[in-house]
Design a protein around this ligand. Sequence first.
Ligand code: CA
Length: 230
Amino acid sequence: MGKQNVLIIEDEPELQEILTYNLEAQGYAVHVYDHGTRGLEAIQKMVPDIILLDIMLPGMDGLEICRHLRSNKSTKRIPIVMLTAKSEEVDQLVGFQMGADDYVTKPFKMRVLIERIKSLLRRANQPQDDDTQVLSSNGIMLDRLQFRVTIDGKSVTLTPTEFDLLWQLMEHPGRAYKRYDLMDAIMGDDTVVLERTIDVHIRALRKKMGDKADLIETVRGIGYRLKSNY
Ligand code: CA
């Protein structure tokens, strides 16, 4: 078994050094970035086993990075530990809302951080019972294992992209998704698409949904959401 990859985005040189030294000593392969956007790009390329994330960063802040990772299919399950300063306690709450799994407050004890890392990696490597394979609401049923869709009991054929789009919207009814986030979630990272592409897929999807079409609402200036109070 190869080494597990820990990717760190942290712009304090001293902390970078301490983290690298200690985590390498624990047998991890350590990758350090000091810039938000470049770190995010690296994550999308290598999909590390766990991410340590500072909040205040040049380029893009840690919360925004977190949000991106959680809305992207290939990175949404990577454990994230926030490294927060004491003055950023409010941000910890936001961090959890954005999908961070844990946080440590600077200055932290290395031993504490390593325990957290180990426990998150253990959890991440367990088979995921809670990994939902079927979503069902408003008469629409999506089965991800069988790639099957029924609307009011009738089978409907969707393209993989349409399926992923509808899955994404149905996972969080009522939540408004920006076109950009929907693209992220369904296209992966290296596909360059125009935001308009989403509109085209949504139009096709609505057509196939028949009289359920208006479940997908256009949110002006933002993107789309699934009606929640049906
Ligand atoms: Ca910082």
